[in-house]
Design a protein around this ligand. Structure first.
Ligand SMILES: Nc1ncnc2c1ncn2[C@@H]1O[C@H](COP(=O)(O)OP(=O)(O)OP(=O)(O)O)[C@@H](O)[C@H]1O
Ligand SMILES: [Mg+2]
Length: 340
């Protein structure tokens, strides 16, 4: 990352795409780069993409232009012949795509002549197609400008590319930018990093080891669990609970019911056993497991699904009403499926 910034300072334009599951540290890394760029005298333009604003034409770029304006750069001074187009864009007027792309590109080029620019576009998976295409346009057409574009996005859901692309969002980002941008895929933290976080939180490295095992190195879960432990609360931290529940609820009622039932099957389970327990056909259970996999709640281990971490399972189990747990526990003992 630091190298990409040094390259940009030397006039080698870069477009980086940081891809990873929710909570894996994309924003954290983007923030580190922004801090570095700021400390080395760069101009940092930041914008976030929001699902709700997906239909707004190039809204993240409009926001970034506004940040440049706040930093004292006037569109009219920098964009030359494109100033009018940019002003219309900032007012939310629609422009011919190519026209808009060239106007934004011209502005960023001009800005990069004054100082090295870091443009951070967060959550590109939530952006509309024109925004993603403009990032591609920058990656393909801008050379020799002191510009580093750093976008973050959640990964494409698993499955055949055609089916994934049809779902838009994350799949679309990777399909469009996969070749044009330098893609950095983030995974979980290694054990030594979690040990270091434990020590930084005032806890012993052996607790770091335990947290690593319970969270499998997922940064958001590890950080929250360590925070809770440091405060003398070793259970599932409230933010982790809320986060897991939010993701499970996003999958719909039936998926939630199935995942709660899956908690009783242990860390690993297969859709046949889950279907039997919950009284639904195995293929229905499999379909919901696939969606939970795409949401980062499950992983695949051989022929079974597994909860992404013990903490994920604990969070779900801890919020399942006891009478419901007893129903599934009874079914497990008797072998008679529940009827929905
Ligand atoms: N390398 C790291 N070291 C220490 N803490 C980290 C690291 N990576 C992430 N974190 C912490 O983990 C939490 C989640 O990280 P972050 O917000 O960057 O995730 P994200 O990938 O952007 O998630 P989302 O897709 O939901 O936006 C934050 O509290 C962050 O401070
Ligand atoms: Mg983020």
């Amino acid at each position: 990352m630091a190298r990409a910034w040094v390259r940009a300072q030397a006039g080698r334009t870069g477009v980086l795409l940081i891809v990873g599951d929710p909570g894996i540290g994309k924003s954290w890394l983007a923030e580190e780069v922004a801090r570095l760029a700021g400390a080395r005298g760069g101009l940092v333009l930041r914008a976030r993409c929001h699902e709700i604003e997906r239909p707004l034409f190039l809204q993240p770029f409009v926001d970034a232009l506004r940040v440049a304006g706040l930093a004292g750069y006037a569109l009219r001074d920098l964009a030359g012949e494109w100033a009018g187009a940019l002003e219309r864009l900032s007012r939310g007027e629609s422009l011919e795509r190519r026209h808009a792309y060239e106007a934004v590109t011209a502005f960023l080029r001009a800005l990069a002549e004054r100082e090295t620019v870091l443009l951070v576009l967060e959550d590109l998976h939530a952006a509309g197609a024109p925004t993603v295409e403009l990032v591609h346009y920058l990656a393909r057409r801008v050379r020799g400008a002191r510009l580093l574009v750093l976008a973050t996005a959640r990964p494409a859901p698993p499955g055949p590319p055609a089916a994934a692309a049809a779902s838009g969002g994350p799949a679309e980002v990777e399909r469009v930018l996969g070749e044009a941008a330098e893609v950095i895929r983030l995974g979980p933290l290694p054990p030594e990093a979690v040990r270091e976080l434990a020590v930084a939180a005032g806890l012993g490295p052996e607790l770091g080891e335990a947290v690593f095992l319970r969270t499998r190195g997922h940064p958001r879960c590890a950080v929250e669990l360590l925070r809770g432990m440091a405060a003398g609360e070793p259970g599932v931290p409230e933010p982790v609970r809320a986060w897991v529940l939010g993701r499970v609820r996003g999958l719909g009622e039936q998926a939630e019911r199935l995942l709660r039932a899956a908690c009783l099957l242990g860390p690993a389970f297969d859709p046949v056993a889950l279907g039997r327990l919950a009284g639904v056909p195995a293929r229905v259970a499999a379909r919901h497991c696939e969606r939970a996999l795409a949401a980062g709640l499950l992983t695949v281990s051989g022929g079974s699904y597994e909860f992404a971490s013990d903490l994920t399972r604990e969070a779900l189990d801890a919020t399942t009403p006891e009478p419901t747990r007893l129903v599934y526990a009874g079914v497990l003992r008797s072998g008679t499926p529940t009827i929905h």
